[in-house]
Unconditional design. Structure first.
Length: 209
């Protein structure tokens, strides 16, 4: 668990309560997911390197700091990961956005990519893979595999809620990947839903069943 970062900020925990609530409608759910994603982006970028610079204020020259040219990429896992993108872009608007679509083959039960579109320089960027839920870990592991196959060297995973089973699977396959989450819940039920979780994040984001 040394690479699991539990973000327990009071505002995140407050908003997560309403995200979990089954009576929260799709619009409010989307807004809350976006807000929590922005807070999580703050934690993910906490250790970005800085360099000194000078800036002219209305009064005098100030010695200040800027991020040291670190290039970032946000990679949502379709479709639920889309709900986190705008919140992260509010904090890091210069980040490029890629997309990974994954489905599970009904015969082999193995994850299959059906869509991958990445920034042309993805291998040079620090990539942040986002998905609201880390349940079994299958999609997360597959997405990270696909990124590594395309040359990615630096990858982090960000979710709202994680299950211990998903964390274990990611770190069995990718022990160097840091996981940022607002909560680690109890377990998965027989349908692979996180308990207590928040239900199906994609359905709640987009009003589908």
């Amino acid at each position: 668990m040394n690479r699991v970062h539990l973000v327990a900020h009071p505002m995140i925990q407050h908003k997560l309560t309403f995200i979990r609530d089954k009576n929260t409608g799709s619009k409010e759910f989307r807004d809350l997911v976006e807000e929590v994603a922005m807070f999580l982006a703050y934690e993910v970028t906490r250790n970005l390197p800085l360099v000194d610079c000078a800036v002219e204020t209305p009064v005098a020259t100030a010695q200040a700091k800027v991020i040291a040219g670190k290039k970032l990429g946000i990679i949502p896992i379709l479709r639920a990961g889309l709900g986190m993108v705008n919140g992260m872009l509010r904090l890091i608007p210069a980040a490029k956005v890629g997309h990974i679509g994954i489905y599970r083959d009904p015969d082999t039960l193995l994850p299959v990519e059906y869509y991958v579109k990445l920034p042309s320089d993805a291998a040079e960027r620090e990539l942040i893979v986002v998905d609201p839920m880390l349940a079994t870990g299958g999609s997360a592991v597959a997405a990270i595999n696909f990124l590594k196959q395309r040359g990615a060297q630096s990858i982090k995973f960000v979710c709202l809620i994680a299950a211990p089973e998903g964390i274990d699977k990611v770190h069995r396959h990718h022990p160097e990947v840091d996981i940022f989450t607002a909560a680690v819940d109890s377990h998965l039920n027989e349908h692979a839903y996180i308990v207590p979780g928040l239900g199906d994040a994609g359905d709640r984001l987009f009003g589908t069943k």
